[in-house]
Write a protein that binds this ligand. Structure first.
Ligand code: SF4
Length: 701
């Protein structure tokens, strides 16, 4: 075999950097940034530039299907036919006995669009349940709901090229310097060249993003809406509202104005822990901006009031008229590489493909007709991520099929997830790696092909669709997810799964988008291979794609106007600190690790940055608890315990603790698993968990 080179997209975060992969049969795979790619222009972050180690090291890979005939038997190697015959028999018999809602699928924002589409068709169209949800529920479901409430549909309006056109950046509840590094590098480069560019960061921690900012508002966790309203009030008072835009293109402004004008900067200052001067300074930076970009991520989304936080932030863009114009707009940073693709194909329990709504009978019929199914799609919303595991624990749900995600480490309250998986009658885990802790609970373990080992498409955070070619063969008997799901559908005797390749699946999906707001019916693999990436919609053959939505100021609401939303909750509804649990624990990512470390944890050079989990604690809190830097500490919540080293640092607010979410291996009696602690609250609308606010105690071990 000859050395070969292909162009593809990074498999980690939603930035979607272009990568050139060289496959040398002698030395394996190597990677470099694609200098011609519109997103990263040759740059890669530490995770991306070390991707080849993950691909070349196959020591952890699942190589063939493994199955146990009962919970008391060990797993043994079986053929694909035996594995999928059993899966079909068990799913059929459980559905026959307990109904379709007794089974569910839990999938991933790392699935390619074709896989996402196919499994949704299988579950919603043919298994007749809407119990299919994705780990994107943990990531951006609050942003989806916020966009829908404001713009009428889940639509990220900006393009990354707006970065170089903006002059004020409001980064709130995000640390892009570590979690979206290439985008942040573009912001830094823009600022280096333009002294007028201002960066505001709102975060209880002084992160690397905050260090690079002109203004860091070190907020008390949970008070974001209060701060956004204070900013809104100041913007109105100082005459920064865009009255033309508000009058002609929005609804509900008077209600919003009444609400924010009744707030007080002094009160906000006290509750948010930010000086009145800094609130005024931030409002001035926003108000004077010609291009204003707000960027946010999990700090807003992972909250019991996550949707309200989102709409309160979006209101600031409406108030200043910064939507649909160059350098402006509200920009939700997606965590996963194809979270956006999953949203497009209706990857969550309450959605249908192509932005159609499950609660709309016309939409359900349109989708059913397109799939050629006679019975209706169930109107009952499916169980969301955390609800599915509750249902397994209580016995309402009997079987779960988990694809490309590791809920034992990533879901809140890990002990409950353990109980749920132990209580399930049948667990299928379809993954690439034995390192995923969840695989220990599998009755059926299916080896999947990974990045580079299959073809398909992904959509990044700016709606940019890329084609990812297959560059190498998967090890052992691993198959692509499309192949596994198609074979299963055939074992179930479902019609409508005559797909031979992922391209066949993509053609069907593209056709389904026709005449919708995300129309890509004129896109295909050939165009993506020959012409490069496209931002949806791409509604005709010659269309170059759409960098920016709403340039015509027509939104997707019935009135075509954007909506100022009034939050149902202004103050945080999370459990508040008390004598027993006086601290607020917030969790998040670190620079060189990805999710539950099944991939980045294999790369020794990525382990050198932060080799083990540490608890960040403010010096005043550490002094009160007699904790010194490097001491082993015990952190306890009502759900569990974690034992880690302390890092005493004034980078974190007094009263707040931080733990990285990645670790979860069964080391030291699993006492390094952060989600042992996290609470089970979710936002009432988005059902996104409240990872950023758990009350805990801390003491020296
Ligand atoms: Fe990959 Fe994201 Fe890093 Fe780009 S910024 S190289 S997409 S992990």
């Amino acid at each position: 075999m000859q050395k070969s080179e292909i162009k593809t997209t990074c498999s980690y975060c939603g930035v979607g950097c272009g990568i050139i992969v060289t496959n040398d049969p002698k030395n394996g795979v190597s990677v470099k940034g694609d200098v011609n790619h519109p997103v990263n222009k040759g740059m890669l972050c530490s995770k991306g530039m070390n991707l080849h180690y993950v691909v070349n090291d196959t020591s952890d890979r699942i190589l063939y299907p493994e199955m146990r005939w009962s919970k008391s038997h060990p797993k043994e190697r079986v053929s694909w036919d035996t594995a999928l015959d059993r899966a079909a028999a068990v799913f059929s018999s459980i559905i026959k006995k307990h109904g379709p809602d007794s089974v569910g699928f839990y999938i991933s924002g790392q699935c390619l669009t074709e896989e996402y589409y196919l499994v949704n068709k299988l579950v919603k169209g043919f298994l007749k349940t809407n119990n299919i949800d994705t780990n994107s529920r943990l990531c951006m479901s609050s942003a989806v709901a916020g966009y829908k409430k404001t713009f009428g549909e889940d639509s990220v309006p900006i393009a990354y090229d707006d970065i170089e056109l903006a002059d004020t950046f409001l980064i709130t509840g995000a640390n892009p310097a570590w979690c979206h590094p290439i985008l942040f590098r573009r912001i830094e480069q823009h600022k280096e060249k333009n002294s007028k560019v201002k960066i505001i960061v709102i975060d209880p921690r002084r992160t690397d993003s905050a260090i690079a900012a002109d203004l860091h508002l070190q907020i008390v966790p949970g008070t974001d809406i209060i701060l956004y309203h204070a900013l809104g009030k100041r913007l109105i008072e100082k005459g920064y509202a865009d009255n033309d835009f508000i009058k002609n293109h929005t609804e509900n402004f008077n209600l919003y104005k009444d609400l924010v004008m009744s707030s007080s900067l002094e009160k906000a200052s006290k509750l948010c822990g930010i000086s009145v001067n800094d609130i005024k300074l931030a409002a001035d930076m926003i108000g004077k901006a010609k291009g204003f970009l707000s960027l946010w991520a999990m700090g807003l989304n992972q909250s019991a009031i996550g949707v309200d936080k989102n709409t309160a932030l979006l209101n600031l863009s409406l108030l200043t008229g910064h939507v649909g114009k160059p350098g402006s707009g509200p920009f939700s940073l997606t965590g996963q590489p194809n979270a956006m693709g999953g949203r497009e194909v209706g990857g969550m329990a309450n959605l249908l493909a192509v932005h159609k709504e499950l609660n709309n009978p016309v939409h359900r019929k349109e989708v059913a007709d397109f799939w050629g199914i006679e019975d209706e799609i169930s109107e009952k919303p499916g169980l969301t991520a955390t609800e599915m595991f509750d249902a397994l624990e209580s016995g309402k749900m009997k079987a779960i099929w988990i694809i490309c995600t590791n809920p034992l480490v990533s879901l809140p309250d890990s002990r409950r997830v353990e109980k749920a998986l132990a209580n399930a009658k049948f667990v299928v885990v379809q993954d690439i790696s034995h390192n995923a802790d969840t695989s220990k609970f599998a009755d059926l373990l299916l080896p999947a092909a990974g990045w580079l080992e299959k073809e398909g498409t992904m959509t990044n955070s700016e709606r940019r669709i890329s084609y990812l070619p297959k560059g190498i063969n998967a090890p052992g008997e691993a198959l692509s997810d499309v192949e596994i799901l198609t074979r299963f559908a055939k074992k179930m005797n479902f019609s409508g799964f005559n797909f031979n390749t992922p391209e066949d699946v993509y053609k069907e999906y593209c056709l389904m988008t026709k005449n919708t707001t995300i129309d890509i019916s004129f896109l295909n693999y050939n165009r993506l291979k020959n012409e490069g990436t496209f931002q949806w919609p791409v509604p005709d053959y010659g269309h170059p794609g759409t960098p920016r939505l709403f340039a015509d100021k027509k939104f997707y609401t019935p009135s075509q106007k954007a909506i100022f939303n009034i939050p149902t909750a202004i103050e945080n509804t999370s459990e508040q600190p008390n004598n027993q649990f006086p601290y607020i624990l917030t969790t998040g990512r670190i620079r060189d690790q990805w999710h539950t470390m099944t991939k980045t944890g294999k790369v020794s050079r990525l382990m050198t940055h932060i080799p083990s989990p540490v608890l960040e604690i403010n010096p005043i809190d550490a002094y009160k608890a007699s904790i010194n830097n490097g001491n082993i500490v015990v952190v306890t919540s009502k759900n569990g315990t974690v034992r880690v080293k302390a890092k005493v640092s004034d980078t974190i607010r007094e009263g707040v603790l931080f733990l990285p979410m990645h670790w979860g291996k069964q080391l030291e009696n699993d006492l390094n698993r952060t989600n042992n602690l996290t609470n089970t609250l979710v936002d009432p609308v988005s059902k996104e968990p409240d990872f950023k606010y758990t009350t805990v105690s801390v003491s020296k071990y």
